[in-house]
Design a protein around this ligand. Structure first.
Ligand code: ASP
Length: 366
């Protein structure tokens, strides 16, 4: 909360006039002297849709369409927010996040950059579907440099459901964004009373409200309607890359490995002119001999190949079962296939083509 001290010598009338001009509530002491003005933190809410904005449809008892209810409506439905922050809401999109795309990412990121550059808000909250929330969070974390909190939130149950989790999540996301302790933690996800860093957060369950977990790390904090607590120190600064100017981002595809994997799918992919392939490998980023040979061929044709894992946790390290030095492969370390894809797209869009630079960028997050 920002507190403006009024000079002690200022007359009550003058101080009151300043209060009125600033639209703030003056605090008046017992001896009738105005001694301070408290203004609420300014929060910009950028709405993109998702289940938090979802409405029941007739498809089944639990059927619903994501998107629909506006961000403005979501905020208006929580009157308690008026005590927490001064809120401006803008609608960036109104979609299910399964349809999130590069063009909306760029629009969202540019709007945030602009708001930060002009100091329009003390914190930013993005309402978003949960399916690809971790991808948008990671994208923004990689291209936006600010000490202001940027928080994504959503819901697992639509706004019309009994026990909808959206209002509590939105309230707590705004509560965290409005708290000075949230500065310098990068982009975060706030869901189910828990604060996650963008790098580690992942949706791990199809329907549970506790679906977001911080893989390999654990949450960085917790929130309830009365308190915000960070248990992790502030984020290490990681390199921030330039925001690509045009969509679509460079073509990078994810290949899901499995037993009996052949080469044909990889050969077909090379023919599409793909710039990068992320192998969602078995175990430690592995695949069959046939698939590895085809990936080696892809590298020879200028495609950047990154080995990651389909297991959902752990690290993919260099030169364990696969000779990465010999094959000119990159490894993703802790990054999931979907986050490895985004980092590679941003690196290519920033003109980084040297394999050693790309490998270093994957290691820079921890
Ligand atoms: N399909 C929805 C979405 O990602 C799911 C959700 O928001 O929980 O928009």
């Amino acid at each position: 909360m920002m507190i403006f001290k009024i000079p002690v010598k200022a007359s009550s009338a003058a101080a009151l006039a300043i209060c009125m001009m600033m639209g703030a509530t003056p605090a008046i002491s017992m001896n009738n002297q105005v001694h301070s003005i408290q203004t609420l933190p300014r929060i910009l809410v950028l709405a993109t849709g998702g289940t938090i904005s979802g409405k029941k449809n007739g498809m089944s008892e639990i059927g619903y369409n994501a998107g629909g209810v506006t961000g403005k409506q979501l905020v208006e439905d929580i009157p308690e927010l008026a005590k927490l922050a001064e809120i401006n809401v803008e609608q960036i999109a109104n979609i299910g996040s399964q349809d999130m795309n590069d063009a909306i990412w760029l629009r969202l990121a540019k709007r945030i950059q602009d708001a930060v550059a002009h100091n329009e808000a003390d914190g930013i909250v993005i309402t978003h579907g949960t399916d690809t929330m971790e991808e948008t969070a990671f994208f923004l974390d990689t291209v936006i440099r600010t000490d202001k909190p940027i928080i994504l939130t959503g819901a697992m149950r639509p706004s019309t459901a009994i026990g909808a989790d959206g209002p509590a999540n939105l309230y707590e996301a705004i509560e965290v964004a409005a708290n000075p302790k949230a500065k310098d933690h990068g982009v975060m996800i706030v869901m189910n009373d828990t604060i996650h860093a963008a790098r580690w957060a992942s949706k791990t369950h199809t329907t549970a409200v506790e679906t977001f977990q911080s893989i390999n790390a654990g949450p960085i904090g917790y929130v309830d309607p009365a308190s915000v607590r960070f248990i992790e120190p502030k984020k290490q600064p990681v390199p921030s890359y330039g925001l690509p100017t045009t969509a679509p981002l460079p073509a990078v595809e994810i290949l899901y490995a499995h037993s009996g994997m052949g080469a044909s799918i990889i050969n077909d992919l090379i023919k599409t002119g793909v710039k990068g392939i992320i192998l969602a490998g078995v175990g430690d980023g592995n695949s069959s001999k046939e698939a590895m040979a085809a990936l080696n061929l892809a590298v020879k044709q200028g495609v950047i190949v990154v080995r990651s894992s389909r297991t959902g946790s752990g690290f993919v390290n260099r030169n364990v079962e696969v000779n990465d030095d010999k094959n000119d492969f990159v490894v993703s370390y802790d990054l999931s296939p979907q986050k490895a894809r985004i980092l590679l797209q941003i690196l290519i869009a920033n003109g980084k083509n040297k394999l050693s630079d790309i490998q270093a960028a994957f290691e820079a997050g921890f």
